[in-house]
Design a protein around this ligand. Sequence first.
Ligand code: F0G
Length: 482
Amino acid sequence: MSNVKFYYGENVPLEMHKVRIVQKLDLVPIDRRLEAITEAGNNTFLLKNRDVYLDMLTDSGVNAMSDKQMAAMMEADDSYAGSETFTKLESKLHDIFGKKYFLPAHQGRACEHLLAKVFVKEGSIVPMNYHFTTTKAHIVLAGGVVEEIFIDEALQVDSENPFKGNMDIDKLRSLINTHGPEKIAFVRLEAGTNLIGGQPFSLENMGEVRKVCDEFGLMIVLDASLLADNLYFLKKREPKCKEMSIREITREMADLSDIIYFSARKIGCARGGGICTDSTDVYMKLRELIPLYEGFLTYGGMSVREMEAMAVGLEETMDENMINQGPQFIAFMVDELRKKGVPVVTPAGGLGCHINAMQFLSHVPQTQYTAGALASAVYLISGVRGMERGTLSEQRDEDGNETLAHMELLRLAMPRRVFTLSQVKYAVDRIAWLYENRDLVGGLNFVDEPQILRFFFGKLEPVSDWQVKLVEKFKADFGDSL
Ligand code: F0G
């Protein structure tokens, strides 16, 4: 019982809250799970929640809210224009980020849509530490190109680098020199870099990006959707941040940014989004689009109840005792899986536990959607729903060829303050069993492949009868157990 601060014993995280409202769960038998995943075209997005035991698809919009957030929802002012709720949220954001203006939007991708519409032109380039699916789609739709200038270690699955989300400063400078600053729409930094396993960037790196941007007169756009996790890791890992409060670190990051946008489905534990800036010019350019695409300027497509909850949730994000809950549960899961030999992304990041499907299923080629196959198999043997983050989440090129992803990951998201440790242990046990039986798992082929963001609606089938064989082995080992 050495470590008392947030940890118990060697690696058991301490919940700094108690559960006061619960949602009943079912664990349907494996025969039903086989039917369900077949009906869903082996796409976990298409499963019905009633067939899911632990929903680890995403942390988006499914984090547990606090009693104070729920209470705040009762106070919402639903005036169409000039709502008091908006003023409250605006002043909370001003308090936290110190920016003059706040533009509301219904969620993160809506902010990306508006930013791309205003700043990205045909042939524009947007350098970033790594893309997110919706970010890239909006930039490409506006005629731009995404340039990912991550550090070499970003894609190294097993690593000890504490800041795999850092941007490579030399590559950034040479990209700008090659194309000229006028071609660059803005430089985007994504906190808690989602697609490489929820990995943070350092404050020092952000400062260096700022210097380069100042040299060339470029804006930094910070995607703060996963900022809470990034803040936690800064406090834990960056020497300079150890003596700073979460609020101070946040303000320093905000001061280094020209525009901050966020999905409040992640940060703030509510549902919504928005854009903050100090620039009157940026504000004026974006402002006219809000009523056109989102809703009036004082709600931007959000429910006023969610806005109230968001204001409280953002304040709660400034509490280290709150933002440690996600990363510590993830670290526990990653540690336990590692002990059982399961290949996972390290160091443990934010958002969720990421399993390295390329190594887990080394016999399944990427053209048969390695991570997609693992997502299907994990659901089948456990009722745990994860999300494929690999080739399936990419789009084909203009000639119809597969774009093979840098990594094949199965993401098991850890919605904040939602699951208990025994549920996490259950997931670990079942995944470890699957790892021992991994040779039974085969690949997938498309039967229905949409052209845009195909991972949302695409349907696939197993390349052989591997799922039937996996079910047989499961029953042989577990008997009547679900
Ligand atoms: N930026 C990042 C880093 C994200 O992770 C997301 C969403 C968005 C922007 C878009 O925000 O969903 O509110 O429109 N990520 C979710 C996920 C969907 O499951 O990782 P949104």
